[in-house]
Design a protein around this ligand. Structure first.
Ligand SMILES: [Zn+2]
Length: 613
């Protein structure tokens, strides 16, 4: 079979331009069309990558030929005899894991943002030439990608290959002078390539990533001797100033973390920051199975030209979010108390989202394209996170299965892997409910109707009690208080029902439906300038929350745009919206045994490297 040839060149690091060429040896005689994806799998928003294509031209057998656009992301080349190339400069200055970046320090590209497909030739093999940059500043650059090599030396520029377009765009490429660490797991070599300025301990990182990887390999494969569905896996890690993110791929993941999340040389235990990075890596690794191979039927195949609707993102992201932290405690990287702190934080986040009463996770999944990924000032009132609530549904489902059947959620995941993942079939919209009910013998219809398709509150306190864990609630101490731990200071006695944007003025970020600010008529974006006739600041409003009592009235002056307005607020008792979980060690022995089995305490967790903090 003929193949499509791609060539990508870091053309001008100072102008942040790659040059990308796609050549078809035998173009459509009626004129070859080339198309660019409108979104990238794993991130459910129409991103219109074509807006960064500049100076697009075409060549036929080496000579210029006419090309015109027929829609925002389609280029139509005039009919001609001989091979046809579409050549574009692509502006690349997006530090996220979704698009492309190029300057004198590093380069990165995620396939959907740079590689067009020749319409009608999507299934053909692709060969890719990655050209070294000319600039002296880039003389020591190497290449880190899981794209199979086809002539290139390890970590070298040169030729790579993919079986088809779908595979081509699922192996992002990092260029630069990154540092490398390695480990083996599941019979495959794993590399970690870390870019950006940092002083992280990469040996420690490799040891710890190996533990979490092995734990998940064992979950899906059934230890011992379980193998991974690839020969090579790559963690691309960018250490940056203050951003975070990750995107899953079939044999790699791109992560952006804050510099201080990398383990520091000589440090013992797992800091709060490092725990974030471990959780992120664990999350993306779990996606190797859950979403990259066990996929909603709506993603088989992906339609890269438009939204792909499924009500199942709660399962593909939520179950993954449940297992990301659970893996850390099971493989002994963190202790049970640390794990419960993370669950407490998730419950806190959900409790502070009034939108959970308005939107189910099934609806949130379906509308991810226009709501979850496009959150605005009203999002807390209208949108529930399918990550956060999805992870808590997974927790509730796991505990329900453990309590009332001989199964666990691990068994359900293994069954999904065998029935859909290994078979290459998509999971139908009711597939997860059906497989959980079938295997457990339980009637789970009310569970899925109430918690997945409905907006009922999850019965977490009761379920956790059966696993010797106490769920406690308290008012939040300050807006930055994420929950998970008992109160340290005296919590404020009142709340205002609003949050503030960062900055020195008291600008409202969110106003919660039904809260004191909303009832008084304040709106997101208003800037409060005075309370009871005195100048207000974010700090003075915090003081007010401690100094006043529920039922008291305050007068507020605020600017809405350039208009000064007056409001009368009646203060309310601060809600119990902050959760922390505790081990109930005086619970009965059966509950403690269930908890130990759930967290696998007593086996892997016994040799925890996480020191008590
Ligand atoms: Zn995810």
């Amino acid at each position: 079979m003929k193949s499509t040839h791609y060539r990508i060149t870091p053309l001008d690091p100072h102008a942040h331009l790659f040059e990308v060429a796609c050549t078809v040896p035998d173009p459509d005689p009626a004129g070859q069309a080339f198309r660019l994806p409108a979104w990238t799998p794993g991130s459910y928003l129409i991103r219109e990558f074509a807006r960064h294509f500049v100076d697009v031209r075409a060549e036929c057998a080496g000579a210029p030929v006419a090309v015109r656009k027929t829609s925002k992301d389609v280029w139509q080349v005039a009919p001609c005899i001989g091979s046809v190339s579409l050549i574009a400069e692509v502006y690349a200055f997006d530090l996220s894991v979704r698009a492309a970046y190029l300057d004198q320090t590093r380069g990165y590209f995620n396939g959907p943002s740079v590689f067009v497909w020749p319409v009608g030739h999507e299934e053909r093999p692709c060969d890719v030439e990655i050209i070294a940059p000319m600039s002296d500043a880039c003389h020591n650059w190497r290449v880190a990608t899981s794209l199979p090599r086809s002539g290139a030396e390890p970590y070298g520029f040169g030729r790579y290959a993919a079986a088809n377009y779908d595979e081509l765009i699922d192996h992002p490429v990092e260029l630069g002078s990154f540092m490398l660490a390695h480990f083996e797991a599941g019979g495959a070599r794993h590399d970690i390539a870390v870019s950006g300025r940092h002083r992280g301990d990469l040996e420690r990182l490799a040891r710890d990533f190996a533990r979490l990887a092995q734990s998940q390999i064992d979950l899906f494969g059934g230890a011992p001797a379980s193998r991974v569905p690839f020969d090579y896996y790559l963690f691309q890690v960018l250490a940056a100033e203050d951003r975070r993110g990750g995107l899953e791929h079939r044999a790699s993941t791109s992560l952006v973390c804050k510099r201080d999340e990398l383990p520091q040389p000589g440090a013992h235990g797992v800091s709060d920051e490092y725990r974030e990075l471990l959780g992120l890596a664990s999350h993306e690794y779990f996606h190797i199975w859950n979403v990259k191979r066990i996929k909603p039927a709506a993603f088989v195949p992906y339609d890269l030209t438009r939204e792909n609707y499924t009500a199942q993102l709660w399962a593909f992201e939520g179950i993954t979010s449940y297992y990301d932290d659970l893996t850390l405690v099971r493989c002994g990287l963190i202790g049970a108390t640390d794990y419960l702190e993370l669950v407490g934080r998730s419950i806190t986040t959900l409790l502070r989202t009034p939108g959970r009463a308005k939107q189910s996770v099934a609806e949130s999944s379906f509308d991810a394209w226009i709501k979850y990924y496009r959150r605005d000032e009203n999002a807390p009132n209208a949108v529930v996170s399918y990550y956060v609530k999805g992870s808590l549904i997974a927790l509730a489902l796991d505990l329900t299965l453990r309590l009332w059947s001989a199964l666990t959620l691990d068994d359900v995941m293994r069954a999904l892997w065998r029935r859909y993942g290994e078979a290459g079939a998509g999971v139908p919209e009711d597939g997860i409910e059906a497989i959980a009910a079938e295997l457990s013998g339980l009637d789970l219809s009310a569970f899925f109707a109430d918690y997945v398709r409905g907006t009922c509150e999850l019965p977490l306190a009761e379920l956790l009690r059966s696993f010797a864990v106490e769920l406690n609630l308290r008012p939040r101490e300050k807006d930055k208080d994420k929950g998970g731990r008992p109160a340290r200071n005296t919590p404020p006695s009142v709340w205002l029902g609003m949050t503030f944007a960062s900055g020195s003025d008291a600008r409202l970020r969110h106003v919660f439906n039904g809260g004191p600010a909303a009832r008084a008529g304040l709106a997101a974006g208003d800037v409060i300038v005075a309370v009871d006739g005195l100048r207000a600041s974010p700090e003075s409003l915090k003081q007010l929350r401690r100094a006043r009592a529920p039922g008291e009235h305050v007068s507020v002056q605020a600017f809405r745009r350039d208009e000064l307005m007056s409001f009368g607020l009646t203060l309310e008792a601060a809600p119990q919206d902050t959760c922390w979980l505790a081990l109930a060690d005086r619970a009965d022995a059966a509950a403690i045994a269930r908890r130990d089995a759930w967290l696998e305490a007593g086996s892997a967790a016994a040799d925890a490297t996480g020191q008590p903090r």
